[in-house]
Design a protein around this ligand. Structure first.
Ligand code: GLV
Ligand code: MG
Length: 349
């Protein structure tokens, strides 16, 4: 075990000092693009203007004969584009693939100073993060990268879920985690064939009526992902890093996508992946607090004075704990308002 005293020392001579706190920036959507697709690449500069995080995907969904084109395309786009306030991430290939070493070496060497976060797929345990951590430090030192590149793990293996707390605390680079429901379903041998979302077969049925055993019995679909998201939120919150919902594959089902994103938001996630521009708008709507919630939260904070004791507002008891929840809400609203003049006006901040 490394001594806690050394935890914030760079892992290579000349690498930048690790961060002590994860910078919290608007992160409502991680919008995926395929850098090997010239049509998609051409849209990157305009999408960056309305997006919190843009991610060049090198892993699954990029065909094996396009892997090199995707990596080279990403480097070109990163060099040529002014991303403004939008963060630039990449998802590299998995650590057991033949591509990941060159993904990391070439990208950090060429555009390390423009890259905010590396998303690492199929993380099984803290040892995977340690490997990436040291390698990034060596590459940062060699390429004279000025600030540490952060690491985001996808929670998409059964081992990853078992080791989730150790992964969350494996390195000061750990920025956050995303649920990867498609690979996780495969790893767990779940009997689904979808990318995220619910399943009509996963339900709870009301008891039979005592008076009429044949009467229809209402059912309610349950959330397949509740347990995993809740564990992820606790692991992330306890380590000061950020949890995200992952992909929702049914692009046309915007309503169910919105529901799934909102469940994640209410449970503590800061954002979700978007696989199509229509999902950017859904994420923006869902992961920005409602005006009503912000107005209420400001009122509670005002009426609670120094934040201790209890008051009744419209018949609802408020105390130290509700004021803390309200500060989370207003803090998020303020961060988003600082970036978006429409939200600033709507929130009255
Ligand atoms: C994402 O990578 C997933 O497997 O769901
Ligand atoms: Mg996956």
């Amino acid at each position: 075990m490394r001594s806690p005293k050394d935890f914030f020392e760079p892992l290579a001579i000349g690498a930048p000092q690790p961060v002590r706190e994860i910078p919290v920036r608007p992160s409502r959507m991680i919008h995926f693009f395929d850098p090997s697709n010239p049509k998609m690449a051409a849209k990157v500069p305009s999408i960056a203007k309305g997006c919190d995080i843009l991610l060049g995907n090198l892993e699954d969904a990029v065909q094996s004969d396009k892997k090199l084109a995707a990596r080279e395309g990403f480097i070109e786009i990163a060099k040529a584009t002014d991303f403004g306030d939008c963060q630039l991430w990449t998802r590299v290939n998995s650590l057991d693939s033949p591509w990941v070493l060159d993904d990391l070496i070439q990208i950090v060497t060429a555009v390390g100073n423009k890259l905010d976060v590396v998303m690492v797929p199929k993380v099984e345990g803290p040892e995977d993060i340690h490997y990436v951590d040291r390698l990034l430090a060596q590459l940062e030192a060699r390429a004279k990268v000025e600030r540490p590149i952060l690491v985001h793990a996808i929670l998409e293996t059964a081992s990853g879920v078992v080791n989730i707390e150790a992964i969350a605390g494996a390195s000061p680079r750990m920025q956050g985690m995303s649920l990867g429901p498609a690979d996780l379903a495969a790893s767990r041998r779940m009997k689904t064939t979808r990318v995220g979302g619910g399943h009509p077969g996963y339900l709870v049925r009301a008891d039979p009526s005592p008076n009429d055993a044949e009467a229809p019995r209402p059912t309610a679909q349950q959330d397949l992902w509740h347990y995993t998201i809740a564990r992820m939120v606790d692991a992330c919150a306890s380590h000061g890093i950020l949890p995200f919902y992952g992909p929702f594959g049914d692009i046309r089902d915007t309503l169910a996508c919105e529901d799934q994103f909102r469940n994640a938001f209410l449970l503590g996630c800061v954002g979700a992946w978007s696989l199509h521009p229509v999902q950017i708008e859904i994420a923006k709507k869902v992961f920005s607090p409602t005006v009503e919630d912000v107005v209420w939260a400001k009122r509670v904070i005002d009426e609670m004075g120094d934040g201790t004791g209890a008051v009744m507002i419209d018949g609802k008891m408020q105390d130290d704990a509700t004021v803390k929840q309200c500060r989370v809400m207003v803090g998020l609203a303020q961060m988003l308002a600082d970036r978006d003049p429409d939200l600033k006006k709507a929130y009255g901040l």
